[in-house]
Write a protein that binds this ligand. Structure first.
Ligand code: F6R
Length: 357
């Protein structure tokens, strides 16, 4: 039920801190250690490379999951769009392990790949919000995202939950491989949940940005580098699917290789900059578009903050920032769609689960 909310989407955005805390509880044992099936650990340990398969928003979560697992767990990961992999399978490593990320667990493109890799004899894990779903039943193992039912077609809490579960997985992989690391996923998720709450309390700011930047425009660009790049892909997808504004997410350095031709006087460009080592690069990329008339909106972490930035995020571990930095993007999209009179929870041409190839 929506309760006092006008839309499920806003309710689900607001639920995210609770979802993260719920995940912490579910994946923690009495001693505060990570609780994971031994067989999942063994399967991951036995593999030499992880292949993440997903579609849409779940694919964007997979891109972040790769960074978490590679940076924390130091295990190689590839991320693939399921519909592409299905008919164009790349060369696999000797001992691949497949992770399917799917909110619904019913996505036909992902299922097609699962059927194939099972035939090939490879082990599989499904990360899903629906444990009894097809992908969950057919994979060897399931990791539950515990986000509760997601009703709005545009995915919000399921996406952050997927990344949260992968941060736990990344830490577990690091442990299993005896990698020295001070990364504590449980602790970091606690911080992320608090930060999410702070951002959810700033709805007036996000609504103001939506009004100022997006009420008239026909397009919008998002830029970011490193992990911020993966988040801006999701920000752009959210905006286009519910507000019908043409939106594209770009790696900051790539815009000048062609797309900059689309920048006109007043074109909104939303930059996310949380990764300290590329902050100045992203700022430079922003300058390039501002010089061509773009109207910049900057979402920066505290450490990277500069005068005039629109939203400041609390500092966190670099691989955890996507869980938090996506909140303003979700809210900005929500208010943009609202102001433009769109059907926020049921955007045109879209279905909640895509069970056809
Ligand atoms: C976008 C959205 C879709 C889904 C995609 C995969 O908001 O919800 O892009 O992420 O259709 O769906 P699942 O995760 O159910 O496999």
């Amino acid at each position: 039920e929506k309760g006092t909310y006008e839309h499920f989407m806003l309710k689900e955005i607001d639920e995210q801190p609770f979802v993260i805390r719920n995940i912490i509880q579910k994946y923690q044992d009495e001693d505060g250690d990570i609780k994971l099936e031994e067989d999942i650990r063994a399967a991951i340990n036995h593999s030499d490379r992880i292949y993440i398969l997903a579609a849409g928003t779940s694919y964007h979560a997979g891109l972040v999951g790769k960074e978490m697992i590679e940076k924390i767990g130091q295990k190689p990961v590839e991320v693939h769009i399921a519909s592409e992999f299905l008919y164009n399978q790349p060369l696999l490593s000797e001992k691949p392990l497949f992770i399917f990320i799917s909110q619904s667990g019913e996505t036909a493109d992902s299922r097609g790949v699962l059927v194939n890799v099972k035939k090939q004899g490879h082990p599989s894990i499904t990360i899903t919000n629906v444990p009894g779903s097809t992908l969950s039943r057919e994979a060897d193992f399931t990791l539950h995202t515990y986000a509760g039912p997601e009703i709005a077609v545009a995915s919000t809490k399921a996406y952050t939950a997927q990344m949260a579960v992968m941060s736990i997985l990344a830490m577990d992989i690091a442990r299993a491989r005896d990698i020295e690391s001070d990364f504590n996923a449980i602790q970091q998720l606690g911080l992320a949940a608090n930060a999410m709450e702070t951002l959810c309390d700033q709805k007036d700011v996000m609504e103001g940005i939506a009004k100022e930047y997006l009420s008239e425009t026909r397009n919008c660009f998002f830029i970011g580098r490193a992990l911020d790049y993966h988040v801006v892909l999701e920000g752009a997808l959210k905006l286009k699917e519910i507000s019908y504004i043409q939106a594209e997410g770009f790696a900051g350095g790539e815009l000048k290789h062609g797309t900059i031709a689309l920048i006109e006087e007043g074109t909104p460009v939303i930059a996310v900059t949380t990764q300290n080592h590329v902050n100045l690069n992203t700022r430079g990329n922003l300058q390039e578009v501002v010089a061509r008339g773009a109207k910049p909106c900057v979402i920066a972490s505290e450490i990277n903050q500069q005068e005039g930035d629109n939203i400041v995020l609390p500092d966190m571990h670099e691989v955890m920032t996507p869980i938090v930095s996506v909140i303003p993007l979700q809210l900005i999209s929500y208010y943009a769609a609202m102001h433009r009179g769109c059907d926020v929870d049921k955007p045109r041409n879209l279905a909640k689960s895509v069970t056809v190839e």
